[in-house]
Design a protein around this ligand. Structure first.
Ligand code: AQP
Length: 344
């Protein structure tokens, strides 16, 4: 069955939005709005799977919204909203809790990394997180999901859940006139030279919001001095830059910086090496700092401006939630019929 093409993706309001979120996700969101109907969600239900200060969460939610707007997402044409305003996400997630298998969730590497040795003490929500993510996407029957590399496994799980729902309820789907399959199997969009931006302090770790060292990441709200200083101090090795991509393979820090430059400039890594290969890191770092400031500076400035008008941001979220809910409610109505719930 052909599904209407639709894009969905989300970002957690967990503070410290960084260059990885921007290159891995937000720039893709901006590009895709030219071709698709898109829903971009501030996933606050996901955020509370680990403790969030209730006094800080609203600010963090507005900051992600400001980042979407400042990066160029058109809130009139597309839908920007926060997850907790559309109750259908949580409702469908419960149905998916009953579709997904324990063994599937046990394989999720992000849970293992985030829970670490403290497994007994983490929230049930952190464990069930991928089922909620599947619901976020499928409540809109979205067909395309732009994400960073770290979300690939969760997208595969989403496809498994969609497939199992379609199979388990095949007869009921058919009986209610929904054709052969109710949910699409959404495609991840993971492309480009910066699908996994690494920490500036350690090329083996992903750049992350929760890393204690602020020098590990470039925040979207960092000013020009902070950006330049963080790039100057970024870990590198003593060798000059190679002239071919193969030469980056054993050098994760160099590879990371070249990937960041390539993504910001919209060229390939090879293109960057053609320009800087054989040269010293210091020259490349200066060029990278200038490029980063030129690209991120205006976004950070616009975010700060938008953050001074929370009433406007809240109106964008409310408008987006109302439009999102129309689609989500229609899906849930069908899901209730398919599962066999008596509706009002
Ligand atoms: N380092 C990264 N490189 C490329 N893409 C990334 N993303 C996250 N980190 C990188 C992508 O950004 C989108 C939003 O991420 P999120 O906020 O929902 O979740 P996250 O992966 O938990 O973000 P962090 O920054 O890594 O937070 P913590 O520290 O809490 O784990 C997603 O599309 C993600 O792939």
């Amino acid at each position: 069955m052909a599904f209407k093409e639709r894009v969905f993706s989300g970002v957690q309001p967990t503070g410290n939005l960084h260059l990885g979120n921007y290159l891995g996700a937000i720039t893709k969101f901006v590009a895709l709005q030219e071709r698709y109907d898109c829903l971009y969600c501030v996933v606050d239900l996901h955020a509370i799977t680990v403790w969030q200060d209730p006094a800080e969460l609203p600010r963090a939610t507005r900051e992600v919204t400001a980042a979407f707007l400042a990066s160029g997402i058109d809130a009139k044409k597309q839908i920007i909203f926060n997850q907790s305003q559309v109750a259908e996400h949580a409702e469908l997630a419960w149905v998916f809790n009953c579709v997904a298998r324990l063994g599937w969730l046990n394989r999720m590497t992000q849970f293992k990394e985030k829970a670490g040795k403290d497994r007994e003490n983490v929230s049930v929500g952190l464990y069930a997180y991928p089922n909620l993510m599947a619901a976020d996407i499928l409540v809109y029957r979205a067909t395309h999901v732009p994400v960073g590399e770290d979300q690939k496994q969760h997208l595969e799980l989403t496809r498994d859940i969609a497939q199992k729902f379609n199979t388990d309820f095949a007869q009921s789907i058919h009986a209610h006139g929904y054709g052969e399959a109710f949910f699409p199997l959404p495609e991840p969009i993971i492309q480009g030279p910066a699908t996994r931006v690494m920490s500036l302090r350690d090329g083996s770790k992903k750049m992350s919001k929760s890393e204690p060292s602020d020098y590990s990441r470039i925040n979207l709200t960092d000013d020009a001095d902070a950006i330049a200083q963080k790039i100057r101090k970024a870990k590198t090795d003593p060798e000059p830059l190679p002239s071919e991509e193969k030469g980056l393979e054993p050098r994760p820090e160099a590879d990371n910086l070249v990937g960041i430059y390539a993504a910001l400039k919209g060229v390939s890594k090879l293109g960057v090496l053609k320009e800087f290969g054989g040269g010293q890191f210091s020259t490349f770092k200066t060029a990278l700092a200038d490029l980063s400031v030129a690209k991120l500076g205006p976004i950070g400035a616009e975010m700060k401006k938008l953050m001074q008008d929370p009433v406007y941001i809240d109106s964008v979220l409310a408008d987006g939630a109302a439009r999102a809910q129309v689609i989500a409610a229609e899906t849930m109505k069908a899901v209730k019929d398919i599962v066999g719930f008596v509706r009002r």
